[in-house]
Design a protein around this ligand. Structure first.
Ligand SMILES: NC(=O)c1ccc[n+]([C@@H]2O[C@H](COP(=O)([O-])OP(=O)(O)OC[C@H]3O[C@@H](n4cnc5c(N)ncnc54)[C@H](OP(=O)(O)O)[C@@H]3O)[C@@H](O)[C@H]2O)c1
Length: 153
């Protein structure tokens, strides 16, 4: 017996959707009939991910890739505008890209903190700010922020 999650026809942005957990999420959403925009930096890895996703059965979903470095504010805006141009709406944001460098608080370099700040904190915040007006206008939507233990330590 299958469970209808009632996701069919929705649109999701999955950051870091070209590998690992993000790719697994993108595949699962696509299989449920969700139109998916995956965003990450490396175009070749993105294209491979699109092919892998498109090889799955779906009740009519589409997948697009957007090459973007999500530490940059301009990239965040582009991910949102491209998704809207392609699919006309946004229902789901999965903030997942990258990972903070793990290590001891006392030993990590300034660069490690700045990188984590720009991607895992500010990058996530910028995407939430860019997406929320669209969720509000539809009076519906979901945002999932994925972080790891490194963020806490
Ligand atoms: N794996 C674990 O054991 C684990 C444990 C706890 C939490 N997490 C969390 O789960 C999430 C995913 O982890 P993962 O292990 O699946 O990571 P992963 O396999 O290393 O994949 C990271 C993804 O993020 C993209 N990415 C990295 N930097 C980016 C940037 N500046 N802009 C845009 N995209 C970027 C990567 O593509 P490009 O490099 O091409 O940009 C890739 O698609 C992270 O938030 C991590 O903190 C993971």
């Amino acid at each position: 017996m299958s469970l209808d999650l009632q996701l069919s026809g929705k649109t999701a942005i999955v950051t870091g959707g070209s590998a690992g957990i993000g790719l697994a999420i993108a595949k699962a959403l696509y299989s449920e009939g969700v139109n998916v925009a995956i965003a990450a930096r490396n175009p070749e890895r993105l294209e491979n991910a699109v092919s892998a996703i498109q090889s799955l059965p779906t009740p009519g979903a589409k997948v697009i890739s957007i090459s973007a470095d999500l530490t940059e504010a301009e990239s965040v805006e582009r991910v949102v505008s491209t998704t809207l141009a392609q699919f006309g709406k946004i229902d789901i944001l999965i903030n997942n890209a990258g990972s903070a460098r793990a290590g001891s608080f006392l030993e990590l370099s300034d660069d490690a903190f700045v990188d984590a700040w720009n991607l895992k904190l500010l990058g996530y915040i910028r995407l939430v700010r860019a997406v929320v007006p669209h969720l509000k206008s539809r009076r519906d939507g979901r945002i999932v922020n994925i972080i790891g233990g490194a963020g806490r330590t």
